[in-house]
Design a protein around this ligand. Sequence first.
Ligand code: SAM
Length: 217
Amino acid sequence: MDCCSPGDSPFDRQFDARHAAQHLRAYRQKGPVGLTRALIEALAAGGIDGHTVLDIGGGVGAVHHELLRSGAAAAVDVDASRAYISVAREEAERQGHADRVHYLAGDFVALADEVGPADLVALDRVICCYADMAALVGRSATLARRRYGLVYPRDSWLGRVGVAFLNAQLRLSRSSFRAYIHRTAEVDAILAAHGLVKRLHRTTLIWQLALYERPAA
Ligand SMILES: C[S@@+](CC[C@H](N)C(=O)[O-])C[C@H]1O[C@@H](n2cnc3c(N)ncnc32)[C@H](O)[C@@H]1O
């Protein structure tokens, strides 16, 4: 894929073919690492045979590839970066489950009406790329039948300084892409309003993992 052809979105420019190829190489060498691994384990805990997965902003697809290998039946990956969609599909073919993944390129919030519910919904380091967190989290929460997991930056002073520095660099390089720190309490409140109960919370210096469940009716 060419970088930066007319019509490319800020996501296509930020997460371009070079970036996607590097990330794919790292995934092939090491598999999922850090809180991505912890997110996958939390989503898969207790067995997920036959479950469906919605991976929003899946990148190279670590979350859906691993969940499909752990027994999930099918997955949908919606990603605003076409380069990432392309490498995630290539990796699904290599792992032999491309026929069980539906790839949709574009902004999930704009495409949400085309996406069906799933047992497991994941947003791994996605909401930090998106200004309208309430729409992204709210629309995706309505689609989660069982579990909803996300990894996003802690709303600490360190995270705020890091994001301010990153955004200054982006401004200098004339990129219109921006990173965001969203408040944990606001994310929690939106998910609670959609009937999801927080079951797990883990932090590193910069990131946090939160896993929610929909209580059985
Ligand atoms: C930092 S990357 C993370 C990729 C992968 N989840 C990971 O953790 O390695 C953020 C990803 O989220 C995608 N993204 C951000 N906002 C999105 C939205 N509203 N709809 C779809 N994809 C989105 C970007 O295109 C990008 O692929």
